[in-house]
Write a protein that binds this ligand. Structure first.
Ligand code: NAD
Length: 414
């Protein structure tokens, strides 16, 4: 299914529930701007290649556009626009003063040298420079872009403006204005929301068993922090692109990380049974956390899911049809726009720190993140209870209501 169609479908459910004015509904279904740029880049062999770049700016009623930049061969305008729409709702759910945006460059970073990646990043930045800025549009990292990429973006933008601009981008290295605890923020936020969901559902928070799909930035931080947030939790299964491993007594995070560093993936980790990525999703565990790619829980396997609750760390891991099946089975799904919003929340802290040339320490950032994630969970939970809605629709109702009220207050000019 086209990602923009999925985004529209999820929006429509909430808009119907809110009985949204048809004019505002039309307004919120279209991006404000989609900027397309052509990027000539000098390659190491002296030739020039031309890459395609996109920046979608979906809605800025609540604040400047905010969203990551993705480098991937499969980047399309529809995908980037759908991701920008999701960012709009995500920022609204956690109540950070941002709209939604997303960027993408069609490229395969595995085929680029570091120098080529830097030149591509700087050219893309210069091409979108008139459209971004600390009070306009603030990019951040996404697939195949990282803190180094963000440092290049800040530097290029600052050179163009003739002044240091710490607020133009988030996800920077800590040495040049990044926030402490940014890299673990999404994983920590996922667990904080999961813990609140267990309490709200009246579920036992002791001896919780967890299966995680994905062992990248988010998945590995979830695995590392599980015992801190859930005291006696056991991460029994983890998978990545190489396959999956299962041990009912729990997988040791440090040993697994060392094994992955040496072997490039979790497959073959000793002291564990092999499981496939598909098998991991249907294990009999208390908590299932998809933290890898989209569309992994579908109408094909949703009926076999045995977890007591699903918390979406990845963006879009559950298809709309699977949502219906899981709802009928009574398995709550804590949606991506709530569960993985810890990253953008700490990005917001980073932006504020940049604007004020200030720095909070790790403890302060964690405390503020946890408070905001809990507040967002309870706002969604209250709507879900009062209106008898699944968590996803409740989260969209909260977000669409906040954004549509802002649109209404600002009015349409002229
Ligand atoms: P990452 O690139 O660091 O890690 C991705 C992991 O998924 C890797 O372990 C990889 O091996 C695994 N993987 C890739 N393809 C797979 C497949 N087909 N089957 C099973 N595993 C596969 O990415 P990340 O930053 O950890 O992001 C993971 C998810 O979380 C993505 O959906 C991303 O959009 C979402 N997310 C990330 C952040 C963040 O702050 N990093 C914030 C919000 C949402």
């Amino acid at each position: 299914m086209n990602p923009k169609d999925i985004a529209d479908q999820q929006f429509d459910l909430a808009a119907d529930h809110l009985d949204l004015d048809p004019s505002i509904r039309r307004f919120l279904k279209s991006p404000k701007n989609v900027i397309k740029v052509s990027l000539p880049v000098r390659m190491d062999d002296g030739s020039v290649q031309v890459f395609k770049g996109i920046r979608a700016q979906y809605n800025d009623a609540l604040g400047p556009f905010k969203g990551g930049i993705r480098y991937h061969p499969a980047v399309t305008e529809d995908e980037v626009t759908a991701l920008a729409a999701w960012m709009t709702w995500k920022c609204a759910v956690v109540d950070v003063p941002y709209g939604g945006g997303k960027g993408g460059v069609v490229c395969d970073t595995k085929e680029l040298s570091i120098g080529e990646k830097e030149r591509l990043t700087r050219r893309y930045t210069s091409a979108i420079a008139p459209h971004i800025g600390p009070s306009k549009d603030i990019p951040g990292p996404d697939m195949y872009t990282d803190a180094q990429t963000m440092a290049w973006i800040m530097d290029t933008y600052s050179q163009i403006k003739g002044e240091r601009s710490l607020g133009v981008v988030t996800g920077k290295p800590v040495e040049v204005g990044g926030s402490h605890a940014r890299s673990e923020a999404t994983g920590r936020g996922v667990l904080v929301v999961a813990h609140e969901a267990f309490l709200a559902q009246g579920m036992d928070t002791e001896d919780v068993t967890i299966a995680i799909q994905g062992f990248g930035n988010v998945g590995s931080n979830v695995a590392r922090l599980a015992e801190e947030i859930f005291q006696s939790a056991r991460v029994v299964a983890i998978s990545d692109v190489t396959g999956g491993v299962y041990n009912e007594d729990g997988l040791d995070h440090e040993e697994l990380s060392a094994y992955v560093a040496e072997n490039g993936g979790v497959a073959g980790f000793p002291e564990a049974k092999a499981v496939t990525n598909d098998e991991l999703l249907t294990l009999d565990v208390d908590l299932l956390i998809p933290a890898a790619v989209e569309s992994v829980i579908t109408e094909e396997n949703a009926d076999e899911v045995q977890a007591s609750i699903i918390v979406e760390a990845a963006n879009g891991p559950t298809s709309p049809k699977a949502d219906e099946i899981l709802h009928e089975k009574g398995i709550p799904v804590i949606p991506d726009i709530l569960a993985n919003a810890g990253g953008v929340t700490v990005s917001y802290f980073e932006w504020v720190q940049g604007l004020y040339a200030f720095q909070w320490d790790e403890g302060e950032v964690r405390y503020m993140l946890e408070r905001r994630m809990k507040r967002a969970f309870h706002a969604v939970h209250d709507i879900a209870e009062e209106e008898e809605l699944p968590y996803r629709t409740a989260a969209y109702v909260l977000a669409v209501d906040r954004v549509s009220k802002a649109v209404d207050l600002l009015g349409i000019w002229p």
